[in-house]
Design a protein around this ligand. Structure first.
Ligand code: UDP
Length: 249
């Protein structure tokens, strides 16, 4: 099978991380996976949500917000604020991003603080939720280093890197990192979130007016794990580079 952009079945789209795109954030990354581009910015607040105080929960919290900028899609997508209600899809995605990042953060170590991970889609071409997780993970790692450098925290609360990728079944074949034209055609939609030590945070797989076999699930999982390996390798390369020259210096 030939993919519409000539990629191999197991090949992720060209990946790029542009750092410090939002200098007021503690860590910010513009992640590009092909034509999908998401701004991920991490900030820390010296407070915890009210429910934590009320329930006597110790430690800190991490929360994420996701939105698509109006000009990220064709046709233009009105802002939620203009419609007066938040899109159900955005709620689902921001909860996924929050869960993915909390899985790799030691909230006790964070202390009574809230980390905000804001993900805004600049250009959408499929896989915006997975790109948001991969970009926010890197932004969080950068922010944690900064918190320690600025003595806001004694040690980084982030335990390991996390990344995410989509996969699907197109014409009976498993493919990884779908662009929008592929996303429209697949009979199975799959999203994988995993850490740098190969542990899973989330495995989502759903048939779209179709069912799928266990062997197809295994194939998507294998492609997803391989893709995540490449994404984490790229995140690590960025972190190794900025050990030498921090992005904000
Ligand atoms: N999309 C869009 N407008 C919307 C929602 C989605 O144009 O309101 C497009 C966009 O390219 C997105 C793709 O559909 O990336 C797939 O959307 P999905 O809900 O599967 O989420 P994603 O793959 O972006 O995580």
């Amino acid at each position: 099978m030939q993919r519409n952009d000539g990629r191999g079945l197991d090949e992720i789209r060209p990946l790029n991380f542009e750092l410090n795109v939002a200098p007021h954030a503690s860590g910010s990354v513009l992640v590009s996976m092909g034509n999908t581009r998401v701004i991920c910015a991490v900030t820390i607040e010296e407070a915890v949500p009210r429910w934590m105080k009320e329930q006597g929960v110790t430690g800190g919290w991490l929360t994420a917000e996701y939105s698509m900028l109006p000009y990220s899609t064709q046709p233009r997508k009105p802002r939620d604020i203009a419609k007066g209600r938040i899109d159900g899809r955005s709620v689902e995605i921001q909860r996924l991003i929050g869960r993915s990042l909390r899985a790799v953060v030691d909230l006790e170590k964070l202390g009574p603080r809230t980390i905000w991970a804001d993900c805004d889609v600049l250009q959408a071409d499929g896989g915006t939720r997975t790109a948001a997780i991969t970009g926010a993970s890197l932004a969080l790692a950068i922010a944690c280093r900064k918190f320690v450098r600025e003595k806001k925290l004694d040690s980084p609360p982030m335990q390991k890197l996390v990344a995410a990728v989509s996969a699907g079944i197109l014409d009976g074949q498993a493919i990884v990192d779908l662009n929008y034209d592929e996303d429209k055609l697949v009979s199975v939609d799959f999203n994988l979130v995993a850490t740098e030590d190969g542990e899973f945070v989330e495995v989502q797989s759903s048939g779209e007016e179709a069912t799928f076999a266990g062997s197809q699930l295994d194939e998507m999982l294998a492609l997803g794990r391989k893709g995540i390996g490449a994404l984490i390798g790229a995140q690590r390369a960025v972190l190794a580079r900025i050990m030498v020259t921090p992005p904000e210096s």
